[in-house]
Design a protein around this ligand. Structure first.
Ligand code: NAD
Ligand code: ZN
Length: 379
């Protein structure tokens, strides 16, 4: 089959690789119909994630049709149309039973490698390095899905792929990001980053009852999308002082909830020289958040970082909530919201092209060229 493979920093290409096969009786094989590129893929593309190997198949936001199931799979059968969460979870360990799917204790076959590198072992993720499982990803024609009874959500309605695909990651991620901000009716929520995750955090904050949502970025078309689709007020951090604007908007008290939907990108860790002097989002968020407020961090950080404002955080009595998304928790309720018409997630798509164009689109997305916000590839 054709698949998008990692070849080193800044280098991905389309290759012929062997078709996936059932390896465990709980596996299923999916014929992929749509698959997206995520901001998290940029951490791999920019060579920031350790334990990548040349030839690794990338991609963790796929959907498609089930073409084969292992003997023990009970909930899926050939012909089912499914969206596959990026988190691989066994469904039966202590963590899965407590809804902490992205912390599954057993899905990562390379748990020892993770333990050594990070001091803990989270769930395996599709297409996301060997220490996180070494499981081939979904930017390909086909995908092997481990624990097929636990992850994939069936889509029976005839909603187009574009409306349901983002259940795989960014809609639940934005939603959990907003939920983790402890929003109550009437709150003001500030969201750093208007990438795809930020866009869904904005919409979700509105759904959860925020009174005002303030979105922060510097990319004009992303700020436009936040205003037009998310009904957010916006701050361009290159034109205005973020702290001053947020204080003006909140009578000097600060936003009740602050969401970092940027992650390590803001800290020059992507190796892009002009990124290095960006404002430190976590410092800014701790400084801006009102006393007793909540800081939610869906943005991904990979390694230790210094200069984290631990003193202000403690003395302001802030709550911090973070983590990879427990996607399985959100699939049914968010699918229902899409089916109800509460939200049409396809608003975020700016590029939809054949898988073969994937390598060019990685660069377009990373460099925010051609007004690119979200890329969907069709194998
Ligand atoms: P993206 O790279 O498209 O978006 C990041 C946005 O942040 C860009 O629009 C950029 O201009 C903006 N930005 C950069 N520096 C900033 C600053 N100082 N202040 C304000 N905005 C700034 O990525 P995305 O797909 O939206 O993903 C965002 C983050 O979420 C990434 O770190 C990604 O890895 C993470 N993520 C987390 C999970 C999870 O499970 N927690 C899942 C998916 C993605
Ligand atoms: Zn993702």
């Amino acid at each position: 089959m054709r698949a998008l493979t990692w070849q080193g920093e800044g280098n991905v290409r389309i290759d012929d690789v062997p078709d996936p096969e059932i390896e465990e009786p709980t596996d299923a094989i999916i014929d992929i119909t749509a698959t997206a590129i995520c901001g998290s893929d940029l951490h791999l593309y920019d060579g920031y994630m350790p334990s990548m190997q040349e030839g690794d198949v990338l991609g963790h936001e796929p959907m498609g049709e089930v073409i084969e199931v292992g003997d023990e799979v009970e909930t899926l059968e050939e012909g089912d149309r499914v969206v596959v969460p990026f988190t691989i979870s066994c469904g039966s360990c202590w963590f899965c039973e407590n809804g902490l799917y992205s912390l599954c204790d057993t899905s990562n076959p390379n748990a020892e490698m993770a333990q050594e590198a990070m001091g803990h072992s989270p769930a395996a993720l599709f297409g996301y390095s060997h220490m996180l499982g070494g499981v081939a990803g979904g930017q390909a024609e086909q995908l092997r899905v481990p624990y097929a009874d636990v992850g994939p959500v069936k889509v029976d309605s005839d909603l187009p792929d574009e409306q349901v695909l983002f259940l795989s990651d960014i809609f639940p991620t934005g939603y959990m990001g907003a939920e983790n901000a402890d929003i109550t009716e009437g709150d003001t929520v500030a969201i750093w980053g208007c990438g795809p995750v930020g866009q869904f955090a904005i919409q979700s904050a509105q759904m959860l009852g925020a009174d005002r949502v303030v979105a922060i970025d510097r990319v004009p078309e992303r700020l436009d999308m936040a205003r037009e689709h998310g009904e957010a007020e916006t701050i361009d951090y290159e034109d205005e002082d973020v702290y001053d604007r947020l204080m003006d908007m909140t009578s000097g008290r600060g936003p009740d909830g602050c969401i970092d939907a940027v992650g390590s990108e803001a800290h020059g860790l992507h190796g892009i020289s002009d990124e290095a002097d960006r404002p430190y989002v976590l410092q800014q968020a701790v400084r801006c958040c009102r006393k007793g407020g909540t800081l939610s961090m869906p943005g991904v950080y990979i390694d230790t970082m210094d200069d984290f404002p631990i003193g202000p955080l403690m003395n302001k009595a802030l709550t911090v909530k973070t983590g990879q998304t427990h996607v399985q928790r959100y699939l049914d309720p968010l699918l229902e919201r899409i089916e109800n018409g509460d939200i049409d997630p396809s608003f975020v798509i700016t590029h939809e092209e054949p898988l073969e164009n994937g390598p060019d689109l990685y660069q377009t997305f990373r460099d925010k060229e051609d007004d690119c916000i979200k890329v969907v590839l069709t194998p």
